[in-house]
Design a protein around this ligand. Structure first.
Ligand SMILES: [Zn+2]
Length: 425
């Protein structure tokens, strides 16, 4: 197996240099899939035997999450002795889906995040506090940690520990970067402020799992909260266990770049046709240089768009906009189409709201939406929740009050990311 090349500057090269390298890597990737992945050996059997260009990408077959779950073992492209890390994601089929990584893949993941962290200005002087888990089969935690180390920085893996514990570390060490889930980081910012702990050494807040912009490229209320604690320090990053390619915001902090040599991104419409920059569709990623479980044109199920303007940072890689919704979370209410974020963004702006989650049910043309809310002070009526939601969404949903304990259990109980959307359809 070849060893992995680190090429930090590729994204800054002229577009034709990037294209040549990406075409070389795409051909290598497709060859690896054809030779070693039983799934793709079958899918690509009729592929003409000539070098591919980037323009040929759109003609390669798409791969859905369902494919990966349904034919799980057929995606593994290396013998067992070459596998070094195994994780499981929740399956669409009811049983957990296995994703495997070779030693090179783990190294590649570290490099992937190192490229992203470097683009935010992080370097060997940085001390990064990780507030998300490194276990529970969360490959990203390991990737962040390896990324900081590859960059020459130091990492403090405090994981899912208490606010007090993180605050103690921040107070007694010159922590310069924090990696975590935005809703937790907002709580941490509040806790540090309430306890008069100095926030000024922290220059990088790296946010995972929740978007910082709305579809209209407005900062979400949650991002605004983080900005108040750490002005101009908040960065978004987006990735998944399957696509193993991170979209990290650069210093411009307006959309995330993938490392040029690790992933190709497309946006497609309902029929699977590629869409031009600026148009909203499903994010499709072809990760490059993957050994263990290589994927071609992986449909993420996430909705976003490519920002049409070139990035002032000088990178000649596309910029992916915010993941403002998951395709599967689309709500249909009496002919109107909307996403849970429309409701959640309203609730996040109300200080008296402690926590919330949504349940969607129904089998007909119109979905039944139940919104469960816990309060810090007041109640549904005194906080004018119904009026505020209708003003923003034009939709009247069923509202329920729950205790903060009930809401916390539902939202943070079972997963490593906050889970606010329960689909019972
Ligand atoms: Zn940029």
């Amino acid at each position: 197996m070849s060893t992995f090349n680190l090429n930090y500057e590729l994204s800054m090269q002229p577009p034709d240099v990037i294209r040549r390298e990406q075409e070389r890597l795409l051909n290598e990737h497709v060859q690896h899939c054809k030779l070693h992945s039983p799934f793709y050996r079958e899918k690509l059997a009729h592929l003409p035997n000539r070098p591919l260009t980037l323009d040929d990408l759109k003609d390669l077959p798409l791969t859905s999450k369902h494919d990966v779950h349904e034919r799980n073992e057929d995606f593994i492209a290396v013998p067992q002795r070459d596998i070094s890390d195994i994780v499981f994601t929740s399956g669409t089929t009811g049983r957990p889906c296995k994703i495997v990584y070779t030693f090179n893949d783990v190294h590649r993941l570290g490099y992937n995040d190192a490229v992203g962290f470097k683009s935010t200005g992080m370097n060997a002087e940085d001390i990064a506090l990780i507030t998300c888990t490194l276990d529970r089969c969360f490959i990203a935690g390991l990737a962040y940690s390896t990324g900081v180390v590859l960059l020459g920085g130091a990492v403090i893996r405090n994981g899912l520990n208490t606010l007090e514990s993180h605050a103690d570390i921040i107070q007694n060490n010159k922590v310069t970067a924090i990696i975590g889930v935005p809703s937790f980081l907002a709580k941490l910012g509040q806790f540090l402020t309430d306890n008069a702990i100095d926030l000024s050494s922290i220059k990088h807040i790296l946010c995972i799992g929740e978007p910082l912009y709305s579809k209209e490229m407005q900062r979400t209320p949650l991002a605004q909260k983080l900005e108040n604690f750490w002005p101009d320090c908040v960065y978004s990053t987006y990735a998944s266990s399957e696509m193993v390619t991170s979209f990290n915001e650069c210093k411009e902090r307006r959309g995330g770049h993938p490392p040029a040599d690790l992933g190709l991104v497309e946006i497609i419409d309902e029929q699977g046709n590629p869409l031009p920059p600026g148009e909203v569709g499903e994010v499709v990623v072809t990760p490059l240089q993957v050994q263990g479980m290589p994927l071609i044109r992986f449909r993420t199920g996430d909705l976003s768009f490519i920002i049409p303007e070139p990035c002032p940072c000088g990178r000649h890689t596309p910029r992916l906009g915010p993941i403002f919704a998951r395709k599967a979370q689309m709500l249909k209410v009496k002919g109107t189409t909307l996403y849970p974020a429309s409701f959640f963004n309203v609730l996040e702006q109300i200080d008296a709201v402690d926590n919330f989650y949504m349940e969607v049910s129904g089998t007909g043309l119109s979905d039944e939406i139940d919104l469960y809310i816990s309060f810090r002070e007041g109640d549904m009526e005194s906080n004018h929740i119904r009026e505020k939601l209708i003003a923003k969404t034009r939709v009247n949903v069923r509202l329920h009050t729950v205790t903060p304990q009930e809401a916390h259990k539902k939202v943070f109980g079972s997963t490593r990311k906050p889970l606010r959307f329960y689909d019972l359809r």
